[in-house]
Design a protein around this ligand. Structure first.
Ligand code: TYM
Length: 336
């Protein structure tokens, strides 16, 4: 290693996850697995994005328990709250405050093009609220406050990251050098895990069909049953192909949890039927998730310990967020 690298501060990473229901295998393979890996090398900040969750209706008691549960899953995955900053978004008021400054520098037209807004407003026509529309601006604030170099996310968040970059560049051009323009960090395998029941759709915890998604906290039996029922095609050959979206999704999942290449997976199951393959995928996923569930069951019992950790996390986060926020306020012309 050259001297320059030894002295260089580690690059920064930021990402968040919504506490809306059970976290899925899609969340794990698309994002959380990378969070765990990145903490070894980077200065990481991770948050439970609870403010984002209320853009769709939430039952208060369920929301509260999901926030605890999501924070506990992050710890159960092995994310170290001492080494990293791990907090709950609503505990750091600079997120909503900066989002106002950014909103006034974001155009209605660019927000209208966001596909997630179009999808969610079609799904909940009775509740197309302003928060749902301006959601990507709050997400830009989440990111820009911490000046990250990388934002590890699944492919579905790419458009939101692009808008966060656009907002940062525009703001910097207008007011001076305030924000770092972050790069998305999207995994090669697992960036888009599809529904087990309809491989044309993303695997999502908001899907009403429980067999379409695997939760990180599902039992081994449930996981295996869901994979056994996964939709495939009729030619019974384990091969990645555009016209085999169901089996391709299962190959992606198997390859991501076993760290085998697609070619290795295809070779391993040459001459074997879908029954064997589905069972192998179910078992590999269950074996990966079992230790996480075991740690989670311990962690969630001790709410006091959790509270200490998320409060410390919020303090560390706010220390950084305040600096960026006040710098932006000053540059825009507010009196401090
Ligand atoms: P959310 O909570 O929907 O998902 C959390 C992370 O999981 C990824 N993901 C997937 N990856 C692969 N396949 C899937 N089926 C799948 N489903 C979800 C998502 O891409 C995401 O990385 N808006 C964000 C939360 C957020 C955020 C932020 C992210 C709020 N502020 C700032 C990064 C930076 C969201 O709703 O993710």
């Amino acid at each position: 290693m050259c001297e320059e690298n030894i002295n260089a501060a580690p690059k920064r990473v930021l990402s968040c996850i919504q506490p809306s229901g059970m976290l899925t295998l899609g969340n794990y393979l698309g994002a959380l697995k990378n969070w765990v890996a990145m903490q070894e090398e980077f200065d990481c900040t991770f948050a439970v994005a609870d403010l984002h969750a209320i853009t769709v209706r939430q039952e208060p008691a369920a929301l509260r328990s999901q926030i605890y549960s999501t924070y506990a899953i992050l710890l159960a995955l092995g994310i170290d709250p001492e080494k990293n900053t791990v907090f709950i978004q609503s505990h750091v008021p600079e997120h909503t405050a900066l989002s106002w400054l950014l909103s006034c520098n974001t155009q209605f037209g660019e927000m209208s093009r966001m596909t997630q807004f179009k999808d969610k407003s079609a799904k909940h026509p009775e509740n197309v609220n302003v928060g749902l529309f301006s959601y990507p601006v709050l997400m830009a604030a989440d990111i820009l406050l911490y000046k990250p170099d990388f934002v590890p996310v699944g492919a579905d968040q790419k458009q939101h990251l692009e808008i966060a970059r656009d907002i940062a560049i525009r703001f910097n051009n207008k007011y001076g050098d305030i924000f770092t323009v972050p790069e998305p960090y999207i995994p090669k395998a697992g960036a888009r895990i599809m529904s087990l029941q309809d491989p044309a759709k993303k695997m999502s915890k908001s899907d009403d069909n429980q067999n379409s998604w695997v939760a990180i906290l599902d039992s081994k039996d449930d996981i295996i049953r869901k994979f056994k029922r996964a939709v495939t095609d009729s030619d019974a050959v384990v091969r990645m192909a555009d016209d085999k979206p169901g089996i391709s999704n299962l190959i992606t999942i198997y390859s991501a949890v076993t760290d085998k290449t697609v070619a290795e997976v295809e070779r391993e199951f040459e001459g074997k039927g879908y029954g064997d393959f589905k069972l192998a995928v179910g078992e590999a996923v269950a074996d990966t998730l079992a230790p996480i569930k075991q740690r989670y069951d311990e962690i969630i019992k001790d709410k006091k310990a959790l509270e200490t950790l998320y409060k410390e996390g919020a303090q560390k986060a706010e220390y950084v967020a305040r600096k960026t926020y006040f710098k932006a306020m000053k540059k825009v012309g507010f009196v401090l």
